[in-house]
Ligand binder design. Structure first.
Ligand code: GLC
Length: 544
């Protein structure tokens, strides 16, 4: 693979890229201490080249007490010593670039860690001080201020307010260790613009924006009554001005943004993707969609329809570090994803889930736009059960122990079937325990098996790169071009430009393939009569 050349800097690589998400703590352990690190990632770059991805998105790798897996940043300009150091991150960005792989970093603008110097200074300062204005400090309600300042609910459950010994409360939409910043304060804007420049100067190609629709707050911090419009902290109009100024910075470096924007209203969602704002945003409609032909088709149609007017490419995501792993989700009765519905002990048919996840891989990789893969997805890892006393995710504790939290999709990866800790690299016990089944998912065993999930992803990513059927027509923008073909109920059949046909069978029984001139790939074998079995997908050449 060729190194990234400066002449490609202005190219539109991101419009149809395959981007691989690395959760550093669990990817590969280079120094053997039980935690993944940058040395581990550098050692696995050849694996990522062979997998065939265009870019890596690193979840936060900055200094952090890890109250929320690194989404509690104490210093954006320092790599957490558990992962390495800044010079090593620079080396990794450069080495990946030499191999033709770009780097995306994760910025968490809604909040910082309670160990961030700004918050420490705010705690040390008195109520009403300028230091406290960088956050949302308020007096409480009730006779002695013992009731939180408003009725909001934390994204992790419970009140998002924590009271200090001096009587004031501070706001944290997530865990108490993640105080929300006051985005109406000019110093907050200035600091983030400097942080963006800091990472673009180090050669990153893009930035993922965490909780991108939550930053701006109604300054009165009023109670939230269902239906209040505008919402006191979700999707407020002030955000667009912030992202316009970010875009101007990114444009100086040919950098791109991908926003974490969970919004049900597609018109409001698309506003973030206007030409002078974010380049892309995660498509959670598709991620959350149940395994059902009608629902998937409408999720695809609505995604393409909402992106078209702003000229932005769609992104297709099956899983990430926050949601139940795909093979587990598709192996359950309720195949959709809902944060509120995660419970312990849900019956799961992993064989069925794996078959569907293979078909879903071919579906998502055939759709027009960019695609995100989450580490371990290419190995078909299931969600792991974490013993109660090892769960670290604050979501578990904040739900009163009802929600298992997100650790089950964050377990250290299995690289070698025959090595201790499935080859994760640790001499010590890894930070989260690996299930007994992990060696059977090891990358080295799968690489040698043409029928494995890893082989399917490698082949599919290669075809996606090389086959003319995936190319945009001349002048295309990566933003659309999909035509549904007539198909039996429960079957999704569409064609892309240049005649690629993708068929996904969710009908409950075998179906005949549509007319084609060549077979490129199937997610599972055809049956003895040459029919496409249920929960199986195929890529076909429709024209010569
Ligand atoms: C995003 C991240 C999630 C984190 C939260 C708070 O949703 O993906 O992992 O807990 O933001 O930063």
């Amino acid at each position: 693979m060729a190194a990234i050349r400066p002449t490609e800097a202005t190219a539109t690589w991101w419009r149809d890229a395959a981007i691989y998400q690395i959760y550093v703590r669990s990817f590969a352990d280079g120094d053997g201490d039980g935690t993944g690190d940058l040395a581990g990632v550098r050692a696995k770059l050849p694996y990522l080249v062979e997998l065939g991805v265009d870019a890596l998105w690193f979840t936060p790798w900055y200094l952090s007490p890890l109250a929320d897996g690194g989404y509690d940043v104490a210093d954006y300009r320092v790599i957490d010593p558990a992962f390495g150091h800044l010079a090593e991150a620079e080396k990794l960005i450069a080495e990946a670039g030499q191999l033709g792989i770009r780097t995306i970093v994760d910025i968490v603008p809604n909040h910082v860690s309670d160990r961030h110097s700004w918050f420490r200074a705010a705690l040390a300062a008195a109520p009403g001080s300028p230091e406290r204005e960088l956050f949302h400090f308020r007096d409480g309600r009730g006779a002695s201020g013992e009731i939180p300042p408003n009725d909001w609910v934390s994204e992790f459950g419970g009140t998002p307010w924590t009271r200090l010994p001096d009587g004031q409360w501070y706001l944290h939409l997530f865990a108490p260790g993640q105080p929300d910043l006051n985005w109406a304060h000019p110093a907050v804007r200035q600091e983030h613009e400097d942080v963006l420049r800091f990472w673009f100067e180090r050669g990153v190609a893009g930035v993922r924006i965490d909780s991108a629709a939550l930053l701006a707050k109604d300054p009165a911090l009023p109670d939230f009554t269902e239906g209040t419009d505008p919402h006191p902290y979700v999707d407020r109009d002030e955000l667009h001005d912030i992202y316009r100024s970010w875009r101007a910075i990114a444009d100086q470096y040919d950098g791109i943004f991908v926003g974490e924007v969970w919004l049900p209203d597609s018109e409001r969602f698309a506003r973030y993707l206007r030409p002078d704002e974010l380049h892309t945003a995660f498509n959670f409609t598709f991620l959350a969609c149940p395994w059902d032909a009608g629902l998937l088709r409408s999720a695809i149609d609505s995604t393409l329809a909402e992106h078209a007017p702003v000229g932005a490419p769609a992104t297709w995501v099956l899983c990430n570090h926050d949601v139940t792993r795909t093979v587990t989700r598709y192996g359950r009765e309720d195949t959709g994803f809902d944060f509120a519905a995660k419970v312990f002990g849900t019956p799961t048919d992993l064989e069925l889930g794996t078959r569907r996840a293979r078909a879903a891989a071919l579906l998502s990789l055939a759709l027009p736009g960019a695609v995100y893969l989450y580490q371990g997805e290419e190995l078909g890892l299931p969600e792991a059960d974490i013993p109660l006393d090892r769960i670290q995710d604050p979501m578990h504790q904040r739900s009163g122990g009802i929600d298992p939290g997100r650790d089950g999709c964050r377990v250290p990866l299995p690289w070698s079937a025959d090595l201790p800790h499935a080859g994760f690299g640790s001499e010590a016990e890894p930070w989260l325990p690996q299930p007994a089944s992990w060696p059977s998912y090891a990358a080295d065993a799968q690489a040698a098996d043409p029928g494995s999930m890893l082989s399917l992803y490698r082949t599919a990513l290669r075809l996606r790169r090389e086959e003319p059927g995936f190319a945009e027509p001349a002048g295309g923008t990566g933003g659309g071009r999909l035509h549904w073909l007539p198909s039996p109920p429960g079957v999704l059949t569409f064609t892309r430009s240049h005649g690629l046909i993708c068929v996904v069978n969710l009908s409950g029984g075998p179906v005949a393939l549509p007319d084609h001139v060549g077979m490129l790939l199937t997610s599972g074998p055809l049956d003895a009569s040459g029919l496409l079995p249920d929960d199986t997908a195929a890529w076909l050449r429709g024209t010569r």
